[in-house]
Design a protein around this ligand. Sequence first.
Ligand SMILES: NC(=O)c1ccc[n+]([C@@H]2O[C@H](COP(=O)([O-])OP(=O)(O)OC[C@H]3O[C@@H](n4cnc5c(N)ncnc54)[C@H](OP(=O)(O)O)[C@@H]3O)[C@@H](O)[C@H]2O)c1
Length: 343
Amino acid sequence: MNTLAAINHQVRLAARPIGLPKPGDWSRTEEPVREPADGEILVKVLYLSLDPAMRGWMNEGKSYIPPVGLGEVMRAGGVGRVIASRSPHFAEGDYVSALTGVQEYWTGRADDKLAGVARIDPQLAPLPVWLNALGMPGMTGYFGLTEIGRPKAGETVLVSGAAGAVGQTVGQVARHLGCRAIGIAGGRDKCDFVVNELGFDGCIDYKNTSLRDGLKQHCPNGVDVYFDNVGGEILDTVLTRINFKARIVICGAISQYNNTTPVKGPSNYLSLLVNRARMEGMVVFDFAERYQEAVQIIGKWIQEGSFKTREDIVEGLDQFPAALLMLFEGKNFGKLVLRVAAG
Ligand SMILES: NC(=O)c1ccc[n+]([C@@H]2O[C@H](COP(=O)([O-])OP(=O)(O)OC[C@H]3O[C@@H](n4cnc5c(N)ncnc54)[C@H](OP(=O)(O)O)[C@@H]3O)[C@@H](O)[C@H]2O)c1
């Protein structure tokens, strides 16, 4: 490819959103593709990961990662193909995952720690799966459950956002560890998928049935590990059903990310005291040194057919602003991925 002639289309953060991001919070730019310098690679981005965390990265203020600056290309994880390399570690034609940003091409140092460039194997699983179970959400579910939730065989593991990227992994890892896995998801179709395709032991449709009744039905002996992806009312209700020494993994709180009022904290938190239970936050990047461990295990399960994944793929870089909103409306069915270019 003559990369010098290619144009890189990009989506940049234009304004800090109040509530749900609006079209005016984004700008579209284009610039010539930059050739790699010594130690750099040029990647053609094929798929981008759309993540609830993006909403937090758009806010000013201290977090576990600096905010995206106004005018900067929006941060995003992606997978793509190396089309030019001046690094001894990558060759043209290699497939990689990296924090590429919402753009068609990424040029950067192959050893950039923040970008986290890693070679991926499309033979092991299709590229979008590398943004799902074999990517950041999968690592989150795997290490969040095994290291923070620490379930024992026979225990009941409950996970919200069960049909989503992180939730799919949590429930299936729990099953592999010999636990009962119960999901919480919005809608009959998602619940059917979670039970019939992913092999969970049950799923509560919180949008159409009572969560309280569902917990009584599906967790008759209480909840030992609750993996919380949504926060808010759901977390508060689950707190009324936890067991002695229960562990609650605070992974995310998507129900609160677009609030224009303060985050709603759990009013039932004294259940932690009564049950000598604990709630603990986790950030996936803390486990970066161990990602390969989880990739090997989950990759083997995928190949054996004992671990399923589902991706929801939206076509085209231009769709980024609208597609991101799907996450906050529960319109994604599986890991939300944007296809930027053909493989
Ligand atoms: N701590 C970390 O390192 C880390 C890393 C990755 C992700 N996370 C967090 O993990 C969570 C899940 O992320 P994901 O990528 O797997 O997303 P996802 O579950 O694939 O997609 C988001 C889902 O959240 C649910 N949702 C949206 N608004 C909701 C609301 N108001 N109340 C209840 N549920 C709502 C929807 O599912 P339903 O249709 O079922 O409602 C939606 O499909 C997020 O909170 C994310 O921030 C944390």
